[in-house]
Design a protein around this ligand. Structure first.
Ligand code: ADP
Length: 748
């Protein structure tokens, strides 16, 4: 190879090397740049981290100082709390859930009177033991072991109720414990000696005051009693004086003396009652009584005063409530007299209604009887309602001057109601009226049952009364016994409502426009033969009315349930009497006897005993049938068993007597009973029975009784026991017959 070629070759090689070098330098450069960038990034990062670390450091320092401060504050709070707890006068202790003492203040520890062993960790049980063993607590004679047991049982049960402990030195503490949510028990031991002492002093003072009050009341009771004796002298002498010959002027003076003395007596009675109650001397004397009758008696007593003011008195006695209860009738009457008396006194127009309902509360054997007395009087202002049951509280002077009274009536009434384990309250709207309500608990006594109703002839009744309250009471009662009721507010309205559907008219007596008797006359004049019953607050007066015979019955208003039932039965019997054909008269010479007995054997015995006698015997198997047969057979005599199903002999007798009132006859009725005492006999007589026969029947006595009571004039027949003397028609009438108040019977 020539030089030139070699030189060229070398040059090429050098150029290539130079290029490579340049390339490598470029790469190096690039690498350097990258390295530089990286180093910069890295240093940036380092700077950031350094800054963060600095922030952390300050935060940490801050937290550290905060913690120190908080700890210091916590310490202060704890110290303060503890200082406070230590310094309170009452004891404070904290126990863990196992009943071990965690901490206690000095007052709590003082209870243990320096017994060294009492320190944190001690068990509650142990504390209780120290209290009793060291005699710290005065267990009032109770066995210390029993006392400890009681305290531990209480603690374990959660110690919900505070307990008072009397200590050896006659001081008192009250333990109040509370379990926290964590199960710890906080126990407070409160010093209550002062409070207990004050309470005792108050109690002593009250006892002394009550004793003084009772002494005062006893004195008052004695005094009012003492005053009554001379008062009786004054009244009695005034009465005697009035009967001597005196001038009209003197008569006026005497009547003033009497009225004043009587008014004074009423006041004295109030004071006497009140002081008796105050002195705890008033007692209840329970006996069996008839509540409905008691209410009606009070109503009757107030009827004259009510009539004078034109007030209507009404009674709404629940149809399904018994009437006989065991209670103190005198005091029940006094309650009713006070409330009804007030209602009449403070009412000038309208009416007064007594409503009586009752029920046996669950779990009780006694009736809770509710009595409401509503009036349409002057009412009581709302602001006074709370006071009127207090002593000497009359609503205001002006009124009390108009209406006299002691202001003791309601106070006495409330005490009496409370003695009967009841309550009394009042609702009133001034100017509209008042309603006094009360309830008392009374055991029901054996009930004198209401007469059984026999309503087969009555289904619809027309009630005529201008007073809505009474229409509503009658409507309710009649509907309750299953009758349809129409109501008219006046006579003319009733005339327009009458139709064949109506079986009975019950009308009020006094009504504007047309009164009850006028309505009766108008109905008869218009050709209506419907039976009518008159309701009158003055039946004595009504009886004198020429229209009286048009009424089947005159009922005293307010009517008792018994009155109402009896009137309905009478009307029903009268209707069936009218509608039934009458049987032929008995064969001449025979006595027609109707015998009611539900027992077949008894009927057979009777039939056998009378078989050989001139008697036409008919049987009824119960009271209902007896009444029905009575109206068709028109017997000469009735033998009436008393206890029969459905309608008993007493009710049947009443109904027969009711029928006879219409017919103007009276047939002898002889009671048949298993046993009779004097009370029964009196009751039979009151019911209108003439005599009685005891079962088992003996033929001679039966024949003797029949011949004793058989109607006169004698039929030409003889009823005679075998071997007895034959009575001739000319014989004198049996004397007992002449003595009995029954009129001679008539055969239809
Ligand atoms: P008083 O002997 O005055 O009637 P009460 O204790 O019976 O005493 O009644 C207290 C007062 O309550 C009465 O004076 C009267 O103002 C008021 N009061 C009681 N009942 C009624 C009533 N039915 N209507 C209006 N006020 C009544």
């Amino acid at each position: 190879m020539d030089l030139a070629a070699r030189l060229a070759q070398e040059r090429r090689a050098r150029l290539a090397a130079e290029r490579l070098l340049e390339l490598k330098q470029q790469e190096l450069h690039a690498a350097n740049r990258k390295l530089n960038r990286h180093a910069r990034d890295l240093s940036n990062q380092v700077i950031e981290h350094r800054a963060e670390a600095a922030t952390f450091r300050t935060a940490h320092d801050q937290a550290k100082s905060d913690l120190t401060k908080a700890r210091a504050r916590g310490d202060t709070a704890e110290r303060r709390l503890w200082e406070s707890i230590r310094n309170i006068e009452d004891g404070f202790a904290l126990f863990d859930p196992d009943g071990r003492l965690i901490l206690a203040n000095d007052a709590y520890l003082a209870l243990f009177d320096g017994v060294g062993a009492v320190s944190p960790g001690i068990a509650y049980e142990h504390l209780i033991e120290i209290l009793s063993r060291e005699g710290i607590v005065n267990t009032d004679g109770a066995d210390p072991a029993a006392w400890r047991q009681m305290m531990l049982t209480r603690w374990r049960a959660g110690a919900h109720d505070p307990i008072v402990l009397r200590l050896w030195n006659d001081t008192y503490v009250k333990l109040v414990d509370h379990r926290t949510r964590d199960g710890d028990m906080v126990s407070l031991c409160l010093q209550i000696t002062e409070a207990v002492r004050t309470q005792q002093e108050i109690r002593d003072a009250r006892d002394r005051a009550e004793m003084a009050n009772r002494a005062k009341s006893a004195f008052l009771a004695n005094m009012s009693h003492e005053i009554r004796t001379p008062m009786n002298g004054i009244l009695g002498m005034a009465e005697l004086l009035a009967e001597t010959e005196i001038t009209d002027e003197q008569r006026l003076y005497i009547s003033t003396i009497r009225n004043s003395a009587e008014a004074l007596l009423v006041i004295i009675n109030d004071v006497l009652d009140y002081s008796k109650i105050e002195a705890d001397k008033l007692q209840l004397f329970p006996e069996t009584f008839d509540l409905e009758r008691c209410i009606h008696e009070v109503v009757m007593l107030l009827q004259p005063a009510a009539r004078e003011k034109n007030l209507t008195l009404l009674v709404d006695y629940d149809l399904f409530l018994p009437t006989r209860f065991t209670g103190d009738p005198g005091r029940v009457r006094q309650i009713l007299t006070n409330l009804l008396g007030n209602a009449v006194k403070f009412t000038d127009h309208g009416h007064v209604v007594v409503r009586v309902t009752g029920h046996v509360p669950d779990g009780s054997t006694e009736y809770r009887i509710h009595i409401a007395i509503e009036d349409t009087g002057i009412g009581i202002p709302e602001s006074k309602l709370d006071h009127i049951f207090g002593e000497f509280n009359q609503v205001d002077d002006q009124r009390s001057r108009r209406y006299e009274g002691t202001g003791l009536g309601l106070a006495i009434t409330r005490r009496l109601v409370q003695m009967m384990r009841g309550n009394i309250w009042v609702d009133s709207v001034e100017g509209e009226g008042s309603c006094f309500g009360l309830h008392i608990d009374l055991p029901a006594a054996e009930d004198a049952s209401l007469p059984t109703l026999s309503l087969d002839q009555i289904s619809e009744v027309l009630v005529v009364d201008d007073l809505e309250a009474n229409r509503l009471i009658l409507e309710k009662q009649l509907e309750q016994i299953g009758l349809a009721v129409r109501m008219a507010t006046s006579g003319p309205e009733a005339m327009g409502m009458i139709s064949d559907q109506v079986d009975l008219v019950i009308t009020d007596h006094n009504m504007p426009e047309m009164d009850g008797p006028e309505l009766a006359e108008a109905l008869r004049a218009a050709g209506h033969q419907i039976p009518m019953v008159l309701l009158s607050s003055n039946p004595g007066f009504a009886t004198k009315d020429p229209a009286r015979p048009l009424f089947t019955k005159v009922m005293q208003k307010p009517q008792t349930r018994n009155d109402l039932f009896t009137a309905l039965n009478t009307v029903s019997d009268q209707l069936s009497f009218r509608n039934r054909p009458v049987a032929q008269a008995p064969a001449p010479g025979k006595l027609r006897i109707l015998a009611a007995d539900d027992n077949r054997t008894n009927r057979l015995v009777l039939a056998k005993m009378l078989a050989d006698q001139p008697v036409e015997l008919h049987f009824a198997e119960d009271g209902e049938q007896a009444v029905r047969l009575f109206s068709t057979l028109r017997p000469d005599m009735v033998l009436m068993d008393i206890s029969m199903p459905r309608v008993d002999g007493k009710t049947a007798t009443t109904r027969i007597r009711g029928l006879e009132d219409q017919m103007g006859t009276k047939v002898p009725i002889i009671a048949l009973t298993a046993h009779t005492d004097a009370q029964d006999v009196a009751e039979f007589k009151a019911l209108g029975m003439d005599g009685h026969l005891s079962k088992p029947l003996r033929k001679p006595v039966l024949l003797e009784t029949i011949s004793k009571y058989r109607p006169q004039p004698l039929n030409p027949c003889e009823i005679r026991p075998k071997g007895s003397r034959v009575r001739r028609p000319s014989d004198p009438l049996p004397t007992s017959r002449a003595e009995s108040d029954s009129r001679p019977g008539q055969n239809p």
